[in-house]
Structure formats: C-alpha cells, structure tokens
Design a protein around this ligand. Structure first.
Ligand SMILES: *[C@@H]1O[C@H](CO)[C@@H](O)[C@H](O)[C@H]1NC(C)=O
Ligand SMILES: *[C@@H]1O[C@H](CO)[C@@H](O)[C@H](O)[C@H]1NC(C)=O
Ligand SMILES: *[C@@H]1O[C@H](CO)[C@@H](O)[C@H](O)[C@H]1NC(C)=O
Length: 366
C-alpha cells in the first residue's frame, strides 16, 4: 500500500514536471498568441528550384505533411495554380539566400489543415491572379496556424481569409496594398491574435473580426475602415492594446479607425493612439473608445498583457517600421514602409500593383 502511494506520488510529481514544458512549447522563440502552439513539421525537405511544380519545387515540398521546409534558392516562384498546404508543416522562408523567397500570382491555402508555421514568406497575388474569389493566404477552416514575418501584398479577395479558422496568430507581418476587394483580413471563428503587424492602404478589414480577438501593437496606415466587426456580427470579445492608427491620403474619415462596432461587443482597449491630421509628424492622441462596445476593465484573454510586454503604441510604431515583414526587406516592402513614414502625405488604395511604379510590373525584383 505504501509502495502504491509512493508510486502515485511520483506519477503526480512527474505530471507536474511534464505540464509546464508541454504548455510552454512554442512554434519558435518569441511566438505569441493563439497560433503560437503550432509545432509544424520535423522532416527536413529543401526547395531547390523556383519552378512551379516538379521535384524540389515549393508545390512538391508542401504536398506531404510532417515536413520542415528550407530553401536553397531565392527569388519569386510564379504560381500557375493555387497551392494547397498539407498539415504539420513548417515553411522557413528565412533559410533562402538573400534577397529571400516569395510566391506571386496565385493563392496559398491552408484550408481544412492543421498545425502550420509560415515564416519570412512573401505572398503577392497581384493581377496575375485569374480568380477574384481567391486570397493571398487562405486559412479557410484551418486550425493552429501561425504566420510570422510574412509580407502579404496585392491580395485579391481578402489578403488573409480566415473565416473558419481556429487558434490563429499573424505576427510581425505586412498586410498591404490589397487590389481586389481591397481588404486586409476576415475572421468569423477564432480565437485569433494579430500582433505587431503593419496594415497599409486598404479599404477595410484590418481585420474584420466577428470572433474573439487579440489586437496588439499593430500599425494601421491610410485606412478607410480599420478594426471592424460589422454590426450583424454577434457577440464577441476583443483586446485592443497599444495600436497606432494613422490617417493617410485615402482616409476619408479618421474616426473609422474602429468601424461598425456595436454594443454586442465587449472590448478592453487601452494605450491606442490615432494620428488623424496627415501632417507628416507622428503626433497621435488617445483612441480607446471603440464604437458602442461594452467596456471591459481587464482583458478577456489571459495572455494579452504578457504579449504587449512594455511596448507603447509609439514604440510599437518604431518597432513595426523597423521589423515587420519578411526578412530581408525587399523592394515592395521598402516602398510600403516609406509610404507609412510619410505620416499622412503619401499612400494610395490601388487596383493594380503596377501603379506603385515598382519594377517587374509592380511585383518588385527579388
Ligand atoms: C526546421 O528547420 C529549421 C531551419 O533549418 C531549423 O532551424 C529547425 O530547428 C528545424 N525544426 C525542426 C523541428 O526540425
Ligand atoms: C485551440 O486551442 C485550444 C487551447 O490550446 C485547444 O483546447 C483546442 O483544442 C484548439 N482547437 C483546435 C481546433 O485545435
Ligand atoms: C447582437 O447579437 C445577437 C445574438 O447573436 C443578434 O441576434 C443581434 O442581431 C446582434 N445585434 C447587433 C446589433 O448586431
């Protein structure tokens, strides 16, 4: 009996030892939020060609689950058809030689899949996309997905379409210059985390979140409507902390930083700033009244205050300007960031990447 008791006791202490490590396992060092527990793949696989398909292509790499994908080539992969990811994948765009790796022309989809990590990948549909119902990255009803340090420009339907997605993080990424519906991101399930992203020159949906959401340390520039719920959205909770909204030439009403947020919503909003005057200087004022939402005194999500760390909105602006998007920063991202740094005087909502005036018909040269 004593022996059984001591066995039980050691099993219990083993469980206590195991618990913290399984709870704290992260997709990568510094991963935050609801997608941060994705573990991705472990079987090494190298992309060795920029070809659309065939042995060693990106399409080949993502066709089997369990892979941890690296790149020995750099440049654009010109997609001829959409690419569907498998489950249990890690895509390490940062392993590509400088100037890095990107896809153009078609959608990447994680729809229906689970456990995916994507880092340092450029995803640019542009006018080469032939299906106006496709997005730069489609999370469909995927779960446990984290996009980090990605650059998503020239999206056609949504930039990130995540209507049915569960446990999602998009962090340290650029979501800019959507050309079709001119939308950022769309969620209806969640929960999701949007951390330290740079949202630039979209008509709306930065994001549209009919879901429980963490929105922390983002910068939204030259928006027509910023953080949106839509008044038919149902009952959700939102932690909106230390973000910077900055009006630009296309901003028709700066007070649409929060858009269509009704009293069905519960919001914890603190430390947010709005720079509405388009004067070329970063000089925002407090912007923590979020539509007619119910005011929460503390975050709905237990991790929100630890994610925000100590970055104020102004510090988040500096950090996002310096670090957001795929590394190294390429021609398109540099252009996007430079419009933001004009602080009100530059930027346009566009319908064709060519109107940026950048090389390679506006896709930029990688
Ligand atoms: C996946 O590949 C990256 C890049 O080579 C490496 O840093 C990482 O440790 C690998 N992860 C796993 C789980 O094998
Ligand atoms: C989402 O994450 C929670 C908390 O880790 C987990 O309990 C739940 O099963 C996840 N949902 C899916 C669909 O993976
Ligand atoms: C509030 O939520 C309820 C329940 O989901 C819904 O029936 C109602 O239409 C919502 N009201 C608004 C103004 O969105």
């Amino acid at each position: 009996m004593a022996q059984i008791k001591s066995t039980l006791a050691s099993l219990a202490s083993l469980a206590i030892l195991l618990l913290p490590s399984s709870v704290s396992a992260l997709a990568f060092e510094g991963a935050v939020g609801f997608g941060s527990k994705a573990t991705g793949g472990t079987t090494s696989f190298a992309v060795t060609t920029l070809a659309d398909s065939g042995t060693g292509s990106f399409r080949d790499a993502v066709s089997e689950s369990g892979r941890n994908i690296t790149f020995s080539v750099s440049g654009y992969i010109v997609l001829e058809t959409p690419v569907s990811l498998s489950s249990d994948l890690t895509i390490n765009g940062q392993t590509a030689p400088s100037p890095g790796i990107g896809v153009m022309g078609r959608e990447i989809s994680a729809s229906g899949k689970t456990n995916i990590i994507v880092r340092n990948l450029r995803m640019r549909q542009g006018t080469e996309e032939t299906d106006d119902g496709k997005s730069a990255f489609n999370m469909g009803d995927a779960s446990n997905v984290i996009l980090d340090h990605c650059s998503l420009e020239y999206g056609v339907f949504d930039t990130v379409d995540a209507v049915g997605a569960v446990n999602v993080t998009v962090s340290n990424s650029i979501i800019a210059l959507p050309i079709g519906q001119q939308f950022g991101a769309h969620l209806e399930t969640g929960p999701s985390t949007w951390y330290a992203n740079l949202w630039v020159s979209a008509h709306n949906r930065q994001p549209l979140s009919k879901a429980n959401t963490q929105y922390i340390n983002n910068v939204a520039y030259n928006y027509q409507a910023g953080y949106t719920v839509a008044n038919t959205g149902g009952v959700f909770s939102h932690d909106i902390i230390n973000n910077y909204f900055i009006a630009g030439p296309s901003t028709t009403s700066a007070s649409d930083d929060y858009f269509q947020i009704d009293d069905n919503q519960s919001v914890f909003a603190t430390g947010n700033l709005l720079d509405s005057n388009k004067d070329g200087v970063l000089n925002g004022a407090a912007a923590n009244t979020v539509g007619s939402a119910q005011v929460l005194d503390s975050p709905w999500a237990s991790t929100s205050l630890s994610i925000v760390g100590s970055l104020t909105a102004a510090e988040a602006y500096a950090s996002v300007i310096a670090n957001a998007g795929a590394s190294p920063r390429d021609e398109v991202d540099a252009f996007v960031v430079s419009t933001v740094e004009s602080l009100g005087t530059e930027g346009a909502i566009i319908t064709n990447q060519d109107s940026t005036g950048l090389s390679n018909d506006g896709y930029g040269t990688l």
